[in-house]
Design a protein around this ligand. Structure first.
Ligand code: HMG
Ligand code: MG
Length: 298
């Protein structure tokens, strides 16, 4: 049955901003995190500890993590692809670290410069160190339905990656449609493949909205009982290594749909729209959220 409560992880400060060409000052990122927590978000993906040559926008990770005013009950997560990233991240005391692998070999190479097998070797010591330090560990799985280089991805590849992540101690995973090509039944197959290794409570949906399918895909995931989702305020974003991919589903649109279905999120939609308007204002564009634009024009 469809969950009565949903937990949203806003990935706007990380996934949303990582691909922005104009540098967004740390102060603005900190302001965004502040507005998201004031809107009721209880999980926020703040930044990543990756090569600044690859992703210059995230080079201010320390400054952003040091600047946020942490609120009790909010979980702040960060991406760490290897031990170097983990060692930098741990200084900033994240609540959760995220290792990020791919169901597609070609995307793994483009995104993190190594094969799937090598990525697991890099992640294993990161996961071990994090768990020993009492930091939670999530695993993002990219390209679970389609890959910009390999095309359609079979559910067996997702099951394989999920098994590898489970094997090294990852506690929960994101089923990501990196380039937003998925449609509801395909997304369900990817989730079912993941459920062979992870419990329903430990699986989240991460749907980019490139083809306008993200809300439909969310509904399909809800039908399977998935109650954790990643989304991006104002629909910010895109992955630097997935050409043409647009942002995650807008958090505002997701909240509008969920509340309309009587599903609790703990989020105040008006304040969320303010958060989206804040960052969109800085970027000098309209929020990429249909619900936000409709409500702002009311
Ligand atoms: P590499 O070149 O294979 O790494 O990159 P290396 O170990 O050979 O090191 C090369 C250089 O990078 C060295 O510096 C290292 O010190 C440095 P140099 O000596 O040349 O000056 N380096 C680092 N610097 C900072 N932090 C680190 C780090 N590691 C090495 N952690 C690496 C491997 C993973 C670092 C690189 O490929 C990289 O940074 N890639 C960027 C990946 C990324 O951020 N992608 C976007 C996020 S994932 C995503 O958006 C998908 C997701 O949303 C789910 C979905 O939608 O699919 C999660
Ligand atoms: Mg993503």
């Amino acid at each position: 049955s469809i969950p009565s409560k949903v937990q949203l992880i806003d990935v706007g400060p990380r996934d949303g901003l990582q691909n922005e060409k104009t540098p967004v000052p740390a102060e603005v990122k900190i302001g965004l995190v502040q507005r998201l927590q004031e809107a009721g978000l209880r999980e926020i993906e703040v930044t990543s500890y990756v090569s600044p040559k690859w992703v210059p926008q995230m080079a201010d990770n320390h400054e952003v993590m040091a600047g946020i005013a942490r609120q009790a009950g909010v979980r702040y997560s960060v991406l760490t692809p290897n031990l170097k990233g983990y060692e930098a991240a741990v200084l900033d005391q994240p609540d959760e670290i995220v290792v990020f692998g791919s169901a597609s070999e070609a995307f793994s190479q483009k995104n993190i410069n190594c094969s799937i097998a090598e990525s697991i070797e890099r992640f294993a010591p990161v996961v071990e160190a994090a768990l020993a330090a009492g930091i939670r560990v999530r695993g993002a799985m990219s390209c679970t339905v389609g890959c910009p280089y390999e095309g359609e991805i079979a559910p067996g590849r997702v099951e394989y990656l999920a098994g590898l992540l489970k094997g090294i101690g990852v506690q929960r995973v994101d089923v990501a449609d990196t380039i937003g090509v998925g449609t509801p039944r395909k997304v369900q197959r990817a989730i079912e493949a993941t459920l062979r290794h992870f419990a329903i409570d430990d699986v989240s949906g991460h749907f980019h909205d490139t083809y306008g399918q993200a809300l439909s895909n969310t509904l399909a995931a809800l039908e399977l009982g998935v109650w954790n989702y990643q989304s991006s305020v104002a629909g910010l974003g895109g992955c630097p290594y997935a050409k043409g991919a647009t942002g995650n589903v807008a958090t505002e649109d997701l909240v509008y749909m969920l509340h309309g279905m009587g599903i609790e999120t703990g989020i105040d939609l008006d304040r969320l729209i303010d958060a989206g308007a804040y960052i969109s204002g800085f970027l000098e564009r309209k929020p990429n959220s249909r619900a936000a634009v409709a409500l702002l024009n009311k």
